[in-house]
Design a protein around this ligand. Structure first.
Ligand SMILES: [Zn+2]
Ligand SMILES: [Zn+2]
Length: 372
């Protein structure tokens, strides 16, 4: 089928809206008509050449829409389903999947995501002259339609607004899952979140939901700290003005039970680890993607107090279980994801959405498409 899509033709240049052909769906894939798709910093990383996926590529990886058609072998999904497309396609049979951590799947879907193809190595997007264009995270949702893996396609309840729950495809689930699935933060325990972009704000919301106190929000920008305060942070720390480790220790008798690093900055990773109480049960969770090859120093004596430091990919969620659960929490008013969406754009203004995201003038921008 022919459709409009936003194509990254070359690095460090605006996306180009053009008509392309989409073929599919193949085996274990579904065809989805997009209703909404969030703009995430990973799209921008790809535009700068920080990721392995090379142009030409159709970006977009926080899509939500309505299933039009399913390929051979698809069992869970049927035409008409309203779905969120996640960045966690998975095989279901490798050790990580069997252990219940499909976000760290070790086989084809994850490799394919980086190389710009679907899990089976094919590409479904072509220019009118037949030249292939790459997929982004096996999704490419800056387009009117997308082909997605069944494992990454999660049915959600019919009354959920897709222009909000689309954020659960990547950023929001990463922050919420880090708190609920990875750290399993308990009521009354203390939390610090380093970085108050979309992922950090989602982590703060989840920490607030489970009754953590205090909740420190650390960022360099007052506007982001204000948003963090509105979403449940109780202590705001501007890291451009004071040392967050010293401030957290001073305000909370030595540190917090759980810290989360969301920035992808080696310096912030050190600070996140050093902000945890040196006592058993203390945990620093690293979510941010630091430049390949970078390292960060941490004080070794803290391990004698059994403090843990761990990574966490896409919130360590089990997509088919956790995303519908997070949607229910949002719909019941316990997880105000809608407060993160500060602007809507048509596909034709995708470059404005990217610019506003980069400038930090919005929390999250969402591209929307006519539903009928
Ligand atoms: Zn993302
Ligand atoms: Zn797997």
């Amino acid at each position: 089928m022919r459709m409009k899509a936003a194509i990254l033709e070359k690095l460090n240049a605006p996306l180009v809206i053009d008509e392309v052909d989409l073929e599919g769906p193949g085996e274990n894939q579904v065809l989805v008509k997009l209703v909404a798709t969030g703009v995430c910093h990973s799209d921008i990383h790809c535009m700068k050449g920080d990721l392995a996926t090379a142009p030409p590529v159709v970006l977009g990886h926080e899509g939500a829409g309505i299933v039009q058609e399913v390929g051979k072998g698809v069992k869970r999904i049927k035409p008409g389903d309203r779905v969120v497309l996640t960045v966690a396609p998975h095989c279901g049979t490798c050790p990580a999947c069997v252990m219940g951590v499909p976000t760290s799947c070790e086989t084809d879907p994850q490799t394919a995501m980086l190389m710009g193809t679907m899990a089976d190595g094919t590409k479904h997007i072509r220019r009118k002259n037949g030249e292939e264009i790459s997929h982004f995270m096996a999704q490419s949702s800056f387009a009117e339609y997308a082909v997605a893996e069944e494992s990454a396609t999660i049915k959600v309840r019919d009354d959920a607004p897709l222009d909000v729950v689309c954020l659960l495809g990547c950023g929001a689930s990463t922050g919420i899952g880090a708190v609920l699935n990875k750290a399993r933060v308990k009521a009354g325990s203390s939390v610090a979140v380093f970085g108050c972009g979309g992922v950090g704000l989602a982590a703060i919301m989840a920490a607030n939901l489970v009754g953590a106190y205090p909740i420190f929000a650390v960022d360099m920008f007052e506007k982001k700290l204000r948003a963090a305060g509105e979403l449940g942070a109780t202590h705001l720390v501007n890291a451009s003005q004071e040392d967050p480790v010293a401030r957290i220790a001073a305000d909370n008798s030595g540190g917090v039970d759980y810290s989360f690093e969301v920035v992808g900055s080696p310096a912030a990773m050190t600070q996140a680890f050093h902000s945890v109480y040196p006592r058993p049960g203390g945990m620093a969770v690293i979510l941010g993607l630091a430049p390949i090859g970078s390292t960060f120093p941490i004080e070794a004596w803290r391990f004698m107090r059994e403090v843990t430091i761990t990574g966490c990919t896409v919130g360590s969620i089990r997509p088919a279980i956790d995303i519908p659960r997070y949607v229910d929490l949002f719909m019941s008013g316990k997880l105000p994801l809608n407060k993160m969406v500060s602007a809507h754009y048509p596909l034709g203004r995708v470059n404005d959405a990217i610019k506003d995201t980069l400038d930090g003038t919005i929390l999250r921008g969402v591209i929307t498409f006519p539903e009928h």
